[in-house]
Design a protein around this ligand. Structure first.
Ligand code: F6P
Length: 323
């Protein structure tokens, strides 16, 4: 392997820069040339390639966002788009790719490999932590801490005014961000897509807390919750318990920004090294991840199709700790 390229795709996540840095420095360490592709698959199609060296990634490990920028490309989902991307890789003499992103990124990489045989090793970069094949994804720890900081502040005002706050956190179709926010934030209730907690059950639970003389409440709602978003759930609760003073906060994109935590910098660095060394060892169509503290490479087909299950005992923890 003589020349590789690295890119970030999908939603940005804190720690992506630490991962890019690790990829670049590992390549340099092994005498491999490395290019950065700007704006993910979209930049690959347009030929937005930049040569990187060790100095290009100085002073980036602590920065949020991604220096390579990110995009979600519709064109790459077409055969014509992938052909253009392949032509650009050939023009630049690239013989391996490191793709930092989530399942959308790996789905694109799988198609690309099937059609053109370009080997790709993936790095799990998403705040959602919804990827099978790694206990944690790059950006997750930082996002949870950011959300928790906001929740702590919301609790102050909830407590001062005897209010019930419905706080919506990100996570796409998973409740991985919501669970530690609820446990760490001392929430009464958590609603996630992986469990079927009806709004009626939420109402019953709040009524019984109310009767136990609790005066302020926190309900963490994962954005993918099937009962509806935080506004819809709050509306139904208010209709059932009019005496409850309800408010809704959607934490939103601040969960994606900011300096990566120590855990995310560490994970991103480990994965970046593993991705390049995986390519050097002939791996393709796999994602590097850490499971039970060990480095593992999981086929993209598994990361895409297998569901990473949420430990149901966490729901019980929320119930016990909010008694
Ligand atoms: O995948 C990361 C994520 O932040 C999800 O939690 C969220 O559903 C989505 O991206 C938001 O995407 P966008 O920034 O395109 O609105």
């Amino acid at each position: 392997m003589k020349r590789i390229a690295v890119f970030t795709s999908g939603g940005d996540a804190p720690g992506m820069n630490a991962c890019i840095r690790a990829v670049v420095r590992t390549a340099v360490y092994h005498g491999i040339e490395v290019y950065g592709i700007m704006r993910g698959y979209s930049g690959m199609i347009k030929g937005e390639f930049v040569k990187l060296d060790s100095a290009s990634v100085s002073n980036t490990i602590q920065k949020g966002g991604t220096i390579l920028k990110s995009a979600r490309s519709q064109k790459f989902m077409t055969k014509e788009g992938r052909q253009q991307a392949f032509d650009q890789l050939v023009n630049h003499g690239i013989d391996g790719l490191v793709a930092i992103g989530g399942n959308g990124t790996f789905t694109g990489a799988t198609l690309f490999e099937q059609e053109f045989g370009i080997p790709t090793v993936g790095a799990p970069g998403t705040i959602d932590n919804d990827l099978y094949g790694t206990d944690y994804t790059i950006g997750y720890d930082t996002a949870v801490n950011t959300a928790l900081e906001a929740i702590d502040k919301i609790r102050d005002t909830a407590d001062s005014h005897d209010r019930c706050f419905f706080v919506e956190v990100m996570g796409r179709d998973s409740g991985y961000i919501a669970i530690p926010c609820a446990i760490g934030g001392g929430a009464e209730i958590v609603m996630i897509p992986e469990t079927q907690m009806s709004t009626d059950a939420v109402i019953d639970s709040l009524k019984s807390s109310w009767q136990r003389s609790k005066t302020s409440f926190l309900v963490v709602v994962a954005e993918g919750e099937e009962e509806g978003n935080a506004h819809q759930v709050a509306q139904r609760v208010k209709a059932a318990i009019p005496e409850l003073d309800t408010r809704v906060t959607i934490i939103g994109h601040i969960q994606r920004g900011g300096a990566p935590s120590a855990a995310d910098r560490m994970l991103a660095s480990q994965i970046g090294i593993a991705a390049v060394e995986g390519l050097m060892n002939g791996m393709r169509n796999v994602m590097a991840g850490i499971v039970d503290r060990k480095l593992v490479y999981t086929p993209f087909s598994d990361t895409i199709h297998k569901k990473k299950l949420i430990n149901q005992s966490f729901m019980r923890m929320v119930e016990i700790l909010s008694v």
